[in-house]
Ligand binder design. Structure first.
Ligand SMILES: [Zn+2]
Length: 138
């Protein structure tokens, strides 16, 4: 209930209409709290939406900063919910990626050490992907 209210707020904040379908997909991200691919969402929602509808919805969420893709060299592309109305800009994110089963995990935000970059590069955020084997695959 609290979660649903929060998701409604997020959609309103982004001036997107809170359709049942959008809420359903965002709820899935919020509930599972793990990176999800198109295929994951499709499977969890039991094929409720057709391919085009779901892809379009994910595109809308990405372009409005509600979700973002997880940086990874390996397919499939997965997405995570950018939670919190104030924190809709991209912040530092940390991920674990199992190279065996391809499961991905979101780590709680870690504090980064201060580091100097050689170029005068204006950093907006830092993504760290740690790859290896999850406990199930070790
Ligand atoms: Zn694994």
């Amino acid at each position: 209930m609290v979660m649903e209210k929060h998701l409604l707020q997020l959609l309103r904040y982004k001036k997107l209409s809170a359709t049942k379908a959008r809420l359903q997909v965002l709820s899935l991200f919020a509930k599972l709290n793990q990176p999800l691919s198109y295929a994951d969402i499709h499977a969890y929602l039991d094929g409720e939406f057709d391919r085009v509808t779901l892809y379009r919805m994910l595109d809308t969420f990405v372009s409005n900063g509600l979700i973002r893709s997880v940086p990874a060299l390996h397919k499939p592309i997965t997405y995570v919910l950018l939670d919190g109305v104030e924190q809709l800009s991209v912040s530092n994110m940390f991920f674990l990626n199992c190279l065996h089963c391809n499961r991905k995990y979101i780590l709680p935000a870690l504090v980064l050490p201060n580091f100097e970059l050689p170029l005068k590069f204006n950093v907006s955020h830092v993504d760290i992907v740690i790859e290896g084997k999850c406990p199930d695959c070790s």
